[in-house]
Design a protein around this ligand. Structure first.
Ligand code: DGJ
Length: 722
């Protein structure tokens, strides 16, 4: 037997569809005659919204036995046979859930931003799920989350509690996912999705994305290219354990269920309490990955990333220059170097604190935030003063969520530490995680930051590190509700960050995590930038930054020039300039020419940073597919572009035999092309006097003239004013 489309025996549409339309797409919900809320359509927006109701008739797929296979929020335990979005144990022990449409509202919450709320209720139990869809019209972005509540006689246990549940139709589906480890973050893998369930998840607790981030792409049809094809970008806005199920069901449709991970996290919800899930953010582009990422960047800068239209500070970090081995005099020298180099800020890294167990290595002192009197007898304030004397700003490193067992904090408050009381401790970088589900610990962490600012009002930057995952998950504070720990930890963290931002709304803070592994759009509401990886080898960074650039704008991506990698200093600076530029080098060891080069590059960067931070990114040549990488940022008026080109293969004769076609320029405008970031004494083969039309540059292209001797080339495009 076969029924048409998503229909099942007895199904009739009640006629009312809920089209969540953006500029180019539509996610259309519909309650059927039995008030099951279905996803009718997710695809290109139709010119006539009446057409959405006709969509099911166009499909001749196999039988739908349940009535909930295309559910907008699949409940477990009644008719469902697929991966649920929500599973509960009611107060009376019953495990069945059914959710039917009750009502929906639409609210304009900002210009071009609408919030749809759809209320679903169980017909048998006083149990409600509200689905929220925040629709950003211009950017084609949708955020989805839910609120779960009930009025049963006792607590209900939530066994699964997804944020979003999507349903896509196509002849085949492909997935790009990421995996990684320390210094190997954001490694892409693309594969065809086969029947069954593919789960992307994390159970790490804190730096949840280390092995697998929650960002992914799904291609309904063939894998999209930069310019062509359909692609869905998805990401969880959650800094803890997540779970994304991609289920190719027996009808060959793709169901995506995304949310916090329910692993070891059954949540007991009391009557009349509300359980809010974090948001899952997604967008669909029908013009390739380039358009998808430009839209996501715009959305991020407009609505999510802290200070998305503000400025960022270039900096000199002392981590690789000194590690733990420094004192006041040495730092005074580095402050002078900061000025000499020409960056905005000096960032003092790990090692400035703890006395009983001094922080002279990573085995002791973490948690004891008193300044180390041997290294810094005059405290932080003397460094802040000296920074001002050198006309640079001062920033500082902290890792306030973690503790070394060898610390006064651990001795004083073992009950603040996440650890199994009766089991052997197991460490990640010699440390344990503090229990942020505990309000006393939240206050402690807030105080670490607040004290620094209170004592040093001109403190201009914080690097917030996080080097441990959660082992032996147990909270002394949560007592009989251990399964709440992973969730309450992250909520506690957000509580602290929100409090910090209430008091210090815009001080730039870097989200760092012993390398990468902790970036998502919930955290970026509190942070101005993130640290992609400790691996700053520029060759590796070309690939890593390429992948991060799909999801995060350049202004949020901290790139430092360090001793990692065998490439020239120029190559390193050029690669770091593709985002938020910093240095972590011994300035005193630079040759005069190298210092001059860095100073000049910083001047170029300051001239062009607005284009890099706010401009549209076009990835032009994929380093995974050829011998070089090429990308360009173009400002909104299309007057200026900055193009970065890097050879990623140094075999004999490698280079750029063909021109690279630009994107995003004004075809009717005329441009000059000038090579910048040249090493002192070198000249460029690129003629700065030649004038090209935008049309020419986009149809024929420009050749960066990469060779093994010119492995890194930065070109500036400037519109010629008539
Ligand atoms: C890990 C970070 O990624 C590094 O940049 C540095 O801050 C160290 N932690 C300090 O311990």
């Amino acid at each position: 037997m076969a029924w048409a489309g998503t229909a099942y025996p007895g199904m009739q549409a009640i006629g009312q569809t809920i089209p969540l339309e953006t500029r180019s797409t539509a996610l259309v919900l519909q309650a059927d005659d039995k008030k099951n809320l279905q996803i009718l359509y997710y695809g290109e927006k139709l010119a006539d919204a009446a057409g959405y109701a006709q969509v099911p008739q166009a499909y001749r797929q196999t039988a739908e036995y349940t009535g909930v296979l295309a559910s907008a929020y699949t409940p477990a335990g009644s008719r469902n046979l697929a991966e649920p979005a929500i599973a509960v144990t009611h107060a009376d022990g019953n495990t069945s859930l059914d959710l039917r449409y009750v009502t929906h509202t639409k609210q304009e919450v900002a210009p071009q931003v609408a919030l749809y709320t759809v209320t679903l209720q169980d017909p048998v139990y006083p149990f409600t799920a509200k689905l929220f869809y925040k629709v950003y019209t211009q950017e084609d972005v949708i955020e989805q989350w839910s609120e779960i509540s009930h009025q049963e006689k006792g607590p209900v246990v939530l066994n699964k509690f997804a944020s979003a549940n999507l349903h896509l139709k196509a002849s085949e589906f492909w997935l790009t996912q990421y995996h990684g480890d320390w210094a190997k973050e954001m490694q892409p893998e693309t594969s065809r999705i086969t029947h069954g369930i593919k789960t992307l998840d994390s159970k790490l607790g804190t730096r949840a994305n280390l092995f697998q981030p929650s960002v992914f792409m799904v291609y309904p049809g063939k894998p999209a290219t930069e310019e062509e094809g359909t692609v869905l970008y998805g990401a969880m806005e959650w800094s803890g354990n997540f779970r994304i199920d991609l289920e190719l069901d027996y009808q060959d449709n793709l169901r995506i269920v995304a949310g916090m991970n329910n692993f070891a996290s059954a949540y007991t919800l009391k009557p009349r309490e509300t359980f809010a899930t974090p948001a899952f953010v997604f967008l669909l582009s029908h013009h390739g990955k380039g358009e998808a990422s430009r839209k996501l960047h715009t959305w991020a800068r407009n609505y999510k990333l802290l200070d998305g239209h503000g400025t960022r500070l270039t900096l000199l970090n002392n981590w690789e220059a000194t590690y733990f081995d420094f004192n006041e005099q040495k730092l005074f020298g580095l402050l002078k170097d900061t000025r000499r180099l020409g960056v905005d800020l000096f960032l003092l890294d790990d090692g400035w604190f703890a006395n009983k167990y001094p922080r002279n290595g990573d085995t002791a002192g973490l948690g004891d935030w008193g300044v180390n009197r041997t290294k810094l007898p005059n405290g932080i304030s003397s460094l802040v003063k000296e920074a001002a004397n050198n006309d640079v700003k001062f920033g500082i490193w902290i890792e306030p969520e973690m503790v070394n067992p060898k610390s006064e904090l651990y001795e004083k408050h073992p009950e603040w530490v996440i650890r199994q009381p009766a089991r052997e401790e197991h460490y990640f970088r010699n440390q344990l995680v503090l229990d942020l589900s505990n309000p006393a610990v939240q206050q402690f962490v807030f105080q670490v930051v607040d004290n620094l600012f209170t004592e040093n009002p001109s403190l201009a930057y914080i690097k917030w590190d996080c080097n441990a995952v959660i082992f032996n998950a147990y909270s002394a504070h949560l007592k009989h509700q251990q399964s709440h720990l992973y969730i309450e930890y992250v909520r506690g963290l957000y509580h602290v960050l929100a409090k910090i931002r209430q008091k210090y709304p815009k001080v730039p803070m870097m989200l760092c995590s012993g390398g990468g592994g902790r970036v998502d759009y919930a955290a970026l509401q509190y942070f101005t930038e993130f640290w992609p990886s400790d691996n700053t080898d520029p060759l590796e960074r070309i690939f890593m930054q390429w992948e991060y650039s799909h999801f995060y704008p350049a202004m949020a991506t901290s790139n430092h020039v360090t001793a990692w990698g065998k490439q020239s200093l120029k190559f390193k600076v050029d690669v770091a300039m593709m985002g938020k530029l910093g240095f972590d080098i011994v300035v005193g060891e630079l040759k005069e020419q190298e210092l001059t080069f860095c100073q000049e590059a910083l001047r170029h960067y300051n001239d062009l940073k607005q284009v890099i931070w706010q401009g549209d990114l076009y990835r032009l040549a994929d380093p995974h597919q050829g011998s070089f990488a090429s990308l360009v940022y173009v400002d909104a008026t299309r007057a200026t572009g900055v193009m970065f080109n890097y050879l990623v293969n140094n075999r004999y004769g490698e280079g750029s035999p063909l021109p690279v076609k630009l994107r995003g320029l004004d075809p009717a405008a005329r441009y000059t092309v000038r090579e910048i970031n040249l090493l002192p004494g070198t000249t460029s083969p690129v003629n700065p006097d030649a004038v090209y039309t935008g049309d020419f540059l986009m149809k024929v292209g420009i050749n960066p003239q990469l060779t093994t001797d010119r492995a890194s080339v930065v070109l500036q495009f400037s519109k010629v004013t008539p």
